[in-house]
Design a protein around this ligand. Sequence first.
Ligand code: PLP
Length: 442
Amino acid sequence: MHDLPELPELDNLFCPEGPILEAQQQAAKLFGASETWFLVGGTTCGIQAAIMATCSPGDHIILPRNSHISVISALVISGAIPKYIMPEYDSNWDIAGGVTPSQVDRAIEDLEMEGQKASAVLVTSPTYHGICSDLREISQICHAKGIPLIVDEAHGAHFGFQPQLPLSALQQGADLAVQSTHKVLCSLTQSSMLHMSGNIIDREMVCRCLQTLQSTSPSYLLLASLDAARAQLSDNPDKIFNRAIDLAYQAKSKINKISGISILEFPMFSNFPAIDPLRLTIGFQQLGLSGYEADETIYKNHNIVCELVGNQSITFVINLGTCEDDIERLVSGIDDVSSFASILRIEGRSKFSVSAPFPDVKTSLNPRDAFFSKKRRENIKECVGKVCGELICPYPPGIPVMIPGEIISEEVLDYLLHLKSKGASISGASDPKLSSLLVCNV
Ligand SMILES: Cc1ncc(COP(=O)(O)O)c(C=O)c1O
């Protein structure tokens, strides 16, 4: 009954003059943007529009190597050429951090030395694990050179509303920030917001890109849910997260007391100014358990589903819907994992450690050329040294380990097969068994 089509009374997402314009303006005011666009294709489509709006084919963009898959698809769509920054990587946690201001500075200088200028810098902050980059300094570095800063803030729509939460990307000077309102706030899945600030960005270009990328029949349910999420927050912006923050601190203090368990906390990644207090990443390294093994136990015995499972940890999100019972259940689930760890080890499932092979990436084609090049299928054992033709991405957390155009190394293959053997789901591979890969005919 509420799933209505584009009636004149309901306004037009691509040329809003009525209720959609009003809703977007109220969101812009709340989130501190000069303009906000509602998105019905998730943060994915906001990132694609942001990159298309700032980079033409052949332009250079600086971005972290561990960018989300949507950023890589934006490179294919826009034809932008990536200049990757290798994020800090903690092998004990098997988690990548953000990017530092000096890395951004160096990447800009490297391009300048090659006679190129970056058309945009993109930073993911927070990361899926909640690690925040120093966006204030990064935006100053970018703006000194007239380069726009785009922030993938998919996991940070709650930032900046109260002092215990990190500042938002816009509060720190970002020009475009894309937030998955559906992840941390309460809008429907697939609904996100793109916020703009400052005067570097061509707003007309952003509008054209969004119209190119989004459905001509945007769901009014999704749009209304964005307005509802905004309204929920507007009622009480500086107190609404109090309970969630309290519960997160309670959970951390109880879990920290459980034998053999550690929690990812500031300042473990010392180069980064903050970790989202509402992300709870729990490590089992001291018990010799992988995140996949812990996940299996906690799901089977307690019916608890993790947000994110990794080699060395599992991650949970505490949010507006979390209650004390949830925390108690989680604490007793983790307690059980700790007690059962010795039994699991007797069964022979021992600790493993493998580092993601980010530093060794070599590129032969840019992502767009590789995406459109002719391809053939090769047995996975024959792939070392060939040019990858597909985007291979263990999910979650959606960090590609091979991007079209990159030369396939032995380390990358070992890492991938290892993740697969540990139960990670590998997205993007056209052969889900990973016995073969698509490679480019070059
Ligand atoms: C860091 C990051 N960026 C972007 C996205 C894409 O967001 P959406 O699912 O809203 O399209 C995700 C989704 O998981 C993400 O983790």
